[in-house]
Design a protein around this ligand. Sequence first.
Ligand SMILES: Nc1ncnc2c1ncn2[C@@H]1O[C@H](COP(=O)(O)OP(=O)(O)OP(=O)(O)O)[C@@H](O)[C@H]1O
Length: 284
Amino acid sequence: MSEVMIALDAPAAAPQRARAAAGKIAGAGGPLLSVQGITLRFGGITALDGVSFDMERQSVLGLIGPNGAGKTSLFNCLSRLYLYSEGRIVFDGQPLEDHPQYRMAHLGIGRTFQNLALFNSMSVLDNIKVGRHCRTRKGFLSHALQLPGVAAEERESHRRAEELVDFLDLGAVSSRLVGELPFGTRKRVELGRALASDPGLLLLDEPAAGLNHEEVHDLDRLIQQIRSQLRIGILLVEHHMSLVMGVSDKVVALNFGQKIAEGSPSEVQRHPAVVEAYLGSAPA
Ligand SMILES: Nc1ncnc2c1ncn2[C@@H]1O[C@H](COP(=O)(O)OP(=O)(O)OP(=O)(O)O)[C@@H](O)[C@H]1O
């Protein structure tokens, strides 16, 4: 895995500065993300029941819980795919409820998917460039007519995508079609596509699923580099316990839609409710 450093003026910080300049970061000193009493129901099923927690800036938060605990439901609430009936989610000082789902990337929330969402017949570099779309100002017509500013914007998107190709150690496959690449490499391309939107918060949905031991080790280091070098907060839904416990600053555990524990990895790992949720009985 590459140790390439992104320039000090990390592009990831740019949208945050822009939002701050626009006076939108009401809670600039507060948490990056505040989940407040989220309740989500599907008919008679309560998938989330009053879940609350805060997440600090530039931190990694691991969201764990047994099957059906509500992790994906919460993840989908954070990206506005699911609309909750009660509660509030505040990102970077802004209530998410004020914004439609398609604005999430503009707002600074990037995500990956359990089932990769890539264009298999496009190159690695072009797939990553697709992620820049929300940071470009010129519309379709400007591009079609090659109006002034389009070329400069295109050059900037290209430059940023190349930086991410280096950061993710994808240089050797940059011009290859994504569909030809092994699963682990495609997962890194998807991460690149999400990073290309310069998010302040990156939502990773089971990023270790399907990876081999060495790839999980690389992912661990990459998550730490994303936090420290790109200064991006990461919310991680993951079943791979050693990855979550090794990389998270804070862990939130759910069971049957309720938060059962919150704290440092070692606190949550030892918590009786967590042990019971995973093992099916309380520790002796
Ligand atoms: N679209 C949906 N329609 C109906 N019920 C749903 C839907 N999505 C989730 N649920 C229900 O909500 C509850 C929480 O599911 P969720 O997928 O969020 O759990 P999870 O913790 O992500 O589980 P897993 O680890 O197996 O992915 C479950 O009872 C599930 O059956």
